[in-house]
Design a protein. Sequence first.
Length: 73
Amino acid sequence: MDVDQAISELSSLSIGDRLRVVHAIWATLPDDVDLTPPPEQQAELDRRLAAHRADPSTAISHDELMRRIASRR
């Protein structure tokens, strides 16, 4: 089975089961794996953090985020 085929089959699982698969895969990664984002992603993260620091009032709470996500379903 190739990766695309596995992903296709996994997509039919419940969200809880897919999260269990993600956790199981994550647990197999070696402790010394380099998780540094590529330079362009790091630049975007830095830009977003600077924007937040410049105006923290634009952030929303976790509860508000979850409420917005739930309202889209």
